[in-house]
Write a protein of this length. Structure first.
Ligand code: FE2
Length: 354
């Protein structure tokens, strides 16, 4: 009898201990800030630059927060976050093009970034209207031309490249590419549907060849004499000028760059940007990393990893970009690029831009 009473008491103590342990555990899990838990942040990114990794390592050194990198294309990562749903490990989604960031928002994969620091670091027009993503590096979609065949005086606007004098001379990639979709989306906002459609029709008329390849291929095709001008993103030229591949350097050195629409609506810009994942378990750490990446300390090195412009206005661009000079930008909020994406895709199909 005594023995069984003793056993019962021991049993009760054991159960009480287990319940207490379970409570402690669930507390740790629920706030994610428990002292004995490792601080971390998981970033789903389509960027793959060595310097990005170095910057994350510096962030870890300064803050003690580990950065886990999950690479993939933007579309793969969006699909993965959707599939993972609430169980997703993603804290941050980092990719090129405001249109894609907007798509992640539309698919309810993001949440608002609450940080005065981030809002100060990133100009309003380079952020989502609900602050679910912000731009971190900026690029311009410009005209590259061969100075032997084109006089700078002949260049003015994107629209002018749709004029008959440019027949068989214009190179630009496929309309399936999100950069072109964002370009047309910006025109739809600035000029309305009719003028935007006329522009797209005019460019199709003036194409030097059926669209093929990426932005770098358009640059090569200008040098090869297939066309005289190419519409492409600034950082491709920066990358080619600094390439280990001699042929790329050779191509880029032969081209001149022109910022279109300087007297009118400004040159089209886009961003590489970061969104806060809706189901993040490390919101504080994620926001801290966005603050770090948008801060003065790392903006310059971060942007110049891909020859892009810093978004933080207190930071000067890298030398190669400064040589190209300042330019006027389109004055629209970049959320528009996502909002008008479907209209742009439809319009490209209507005018037969492959
Ligand atoms: Fe790109």
């Amino acid at each position: 009898m005594l023995k069984s009473r003793f056993t019962l008491l021991a049993f009760i103590i054991l159960i009480a201990g287990l319940v207490l342990a379970a409570c402690n555990n669930s507390e740790d899990e629920s706030d994610g800030e428990g002292n004995d838990e490792e601080e971390e942040v998981n970033i789903y990114t389509s960027r793959h630059y060595d310097l990005d990794d170095e910057i994350y390592a510096e962030f870890t050194e300064e803050t003690g927060i580990e950065v886990n990198i999950i690479n993939g294309s933007a579309d793969e990562l969006i699909e993965r976050m959707e599939r993972e749903g609430e169980a997703s490990e993603a804290d941050l989604f980092f990719t090129a093009d405001a249109g894609r960031l907007h798509r992640a928002k539309e698919q309810e994969l993001l949440q608002a970034i609450e940080s005065d620091t981030v809002m100060e670091n990133v100009p309003e027009k380079l952020r989502d209207v609900d602050s679910q993503w912000v731009g971190l590096t900026k690029r311009a979609r410009i005209i590259a031309y061969h100075p032997d065949r084109v006089d700078e005086e002949e260049l003015s606007t994107y629209e002018a490249l749709a004029d008959p004098e440019w027949e068989d001379r214009v190179l630009i990639r496929s309309s399936e590419n999100v950069y072109n979709q964002s370009l047309l989306a910006s025109f739809i906002e600035i000029y309305g549907e009719d003028i935007s459609r006329m522009w797209a029709e005019g460019i199709v008329q003036n194409l030097a060849r059926t669209p093929q390849g990426g932005d770098r291929d358009q640059a090569s095709a200008v040098v090869a004499g297939e066309g005289d001008v190419a519409i492409l993103n600034t950082y491709y030229l920066g990358g080619m000028l600094n390439s280990a591949d001699e042929e790329e350097v050779n191509v880029a050195e032969q081209l001149e760059i022109f910022f279109p629409n300087q007297e009118t609506t400004g040159t089209h810009i886009n961003v590489s940007g970061i969104g806060l994942a809706r189901h993040s378990n490390n919101v504080d750490n994620a926001v801290e990393l966005i603050e770090y990446l948008s801060g003065e300390g790392v903006q310059d090195q971060f942007a110049s990893a891909n020859y892009e412009y810093p978004v933080n206005e207190n930071v000067e661009p890298a030398d190669v970009l400064q040589e190209w000079g300042d330019f006027e930008e389109q004055d629209i909020n970049l959320s528009i690029l996502g909002e008008n994406n479907a209209d742009a895709v439809r319009m490209f199909n209507e005018v037969g831009w492959q």
